[in-house]
Design a protein around this ligand. Structure first.
Ligand code: HEC
Ligand code: HEC
Length: 301
C-alpha cells in the first residue's frame, strides 16, 4: 500500500514511524516546533528575533546568527538549548523537555541540511485558539496565552529566576495547583487571583512586564474558562478545591465584598486596621464546601 509519504499522519500522532535510516524532513520536525516552540518563537516579539514557525525562520536564525548548522548539529544553539547545555533550557515552558526521540529527530534533520518537503499537513497541528459556538472554553484555548505572555517568568529558571510566588504557569496542573494557595478557583472568576491580576484588580497587574496587558478578548476568554469550571484540555471541569487557601487584594465594595466577590465573615475572622468600604484590603480566606469564601483575615492596606 501507499505507506511512504502518508506516514506523516503517524508522525503527527507522535509515532516515530519514520525513525530509521532516512533523514527526517521539515514536515517531520515542524509539528514538534509547532507544539512546543512557536507560541513564543513567532511574530515580531520572537525572543532574540528567532522564529521557529517556518523553514525560512529557522534558516535565518536569531540576532546572534545561525542556530542550526549542518556541519555541527550538536554544537548548534538550537540543539544546545534543547539539551540544556545552554540556559535557559528550551522549551522555556519545560519540563517536560523534548523526548529523546524528538531531540534526535531534530538533530538528524539539521545534520541532513534541514531538507524541506511538500505541503504535508503541518498546519493541521495548530491547536484551535478559540472555542467554537456553544463549545466550553478549555485549557487548550487559554494555554497559548499563558505560554506566550506568562511562562517566561512563571517557570523554573525563568527571566526572574525561580517562579514568582512559587507560581508556575507551565501546565494545567501547576496553573490550578492548590499546594500553598489557589490562584484559579473553578466557577469563581472574581475570587481567582489569576484573573484579578490580568484585570489589574490585584496589583501589580500581570503580565509584570506589561503594558501591553492582555487583549480584552483574551481576558474575557480566561474569565469564561474559569467560569466554565477551569476545564482541562479534554474538557473535564476541575473540582472545587474545598479547604484550599486563597489570598488576594482589592477594594472593599460592601460589608463584606471585595470587588463583587462576596466574603463570609464571622466572629472567627481577624479584622485588622478597621477597613471601611472604599479601602484597599488584603483578604485571606478558605474555600468553603458550598463555594463560599470564608474569610480568615481582612486587613486594610
Ligand atoms: C515560553 C516561551 C518560549 C518557548 C515555548 C520556547 N522558547 Fe526559546 N527562547 C525563549 C526566550 C525568552 C529566549 C531568550 C532567552 C535568553 O535570553 O537566552 C529563547 C531563546 C532561544 C534560543 C537561543 C537563540 C540564540 O540566539 O542563542 C533558541 C535556540 C531557542 N530559544 C529555541 C527554542 C526551541 C527549539 C523551543 C522549543 C523546543 C523553544 N525555544 C521554546 C522563549 C521560549
Ligand atoms: C516579567 C515577569 C512576569 C510575567 C511575564 C508575568 N508575571 Fe505574574 N508575577 C511576576 C512577579 C514578579 C509576581 C509577584 C509580584 C508581587 O505580587 O509582588 C507575579 C505574581 C503573579 C501572581 C500572584 C501569585 C500569588 O499567588 O500571589 C499571579 C496570579 C500572576 N503573577 C499571574 C501572571 C499571569 C497570568 C501572567 C501572564 C498574563 C503573568 N503573571 C506574567 C512576574 C511576572
Amino acid at each position: 500500500m501507499t505507506a511512504g509519504r502518508w506516514i506523516a499522519a503517524g508522525v503527527l500522532a507522535g509515532v516515530g514511524a519514520t525513525a530509521g535510516a532516512a533523514a527526517p524532513d521539515y514536515a517531520e520536525v515542524a509539528p514538534i516546533l509547532q507544539a512546543r516552540c512557536v507560541l513564543c518563537h513567532s511574530g515580531d516579539a520572537a525572543p532574540l528575533g528567532l522564529r521557529l514557525d517556518s523553514l525560512d525562520g529557522i534558516r535565518a536564525g536569531s540576532r546572534n546568527g545561525p542556530v542550526a548548522r549542518a556541519d555541527d548539529p550538536a554544537g548548534s544553539a538550537l540543539m544546545r538549548r534543547i539539551r540544556g547545555e545552554s540556559v535557559p533550557r528550551m522549551p522555556m515552558t519545560g519540563p517536560p523537555w523534548l523526548t529523546d526521540e524528538e531531540t534526535s529527530r531534530i538533530e538528524r534533520w539539521i545534520a541532513a541540511g534541514m531538507p524541506a518537503v511538500g505541503p504535508v499537513a503541518a498546519a493541521a497541528t495548530t491547536p484551535p485558539s478559540r472555542p467554537g459556538p456553544g463549545e466550553p472554553v478549555t485549557y487548550a484555548h487559554v494555554a497559548p496565552i499563558f505560554a506566550t505572555r506568562c511562562a517566561k517568568c512563571h517557570t523554573d529558571n525563568g527571566l526572574m529566576g525561580p517562579p514568582p510566588e512559587g507560581y508556575r504557569l507551565t501546565s494545567y496542573e501547576s496553573t490550578l495547583s492548590a499546594a500553598d494557595r489557589v490562584r484559579v478557583l473553578p466557577g469563581m472568576p472574581d475570587a481567582s487571583e489569576l484573573l484579578r491580576r490580568v484585570r489589574g484588580l490585584s496589583r501589580p497587574r500581570m503580565p509584570f512586564d506589561g503594558p501591553p496587558w492582555l487583549a480584552d478578548d483574551e481576558i474575557t476568554l480566561i474569565a469564561r474558562w474559569i467560569a466554565d469550571g477551569a476545564r482541562d484540555a479534554e474538557g473535564t471541569p476541575a473540582a472545587l478545591p474545598v479547604g484550599a487557601r486563597v489570598r488576594f487584594e482589592g477594594r472593599l465594595t460592601a460589608r463584606w465584598a471585595v470587588d463583587r466577590q462576596a466574603l463570609a465573615v464571622d466572629g472567627s475572622t481577624r479584622i485588622d486596621k478597621r477597613p471601611r468600604v472604599g479601602d484597599r484590603v488584603e483578604v485571606r480566606a478558605r474555600v468553603g464546601a458550598d463555594g463560599s469564601l470564608v474569610a480568615t483575615r481582612l486587613r486594610r492596606r
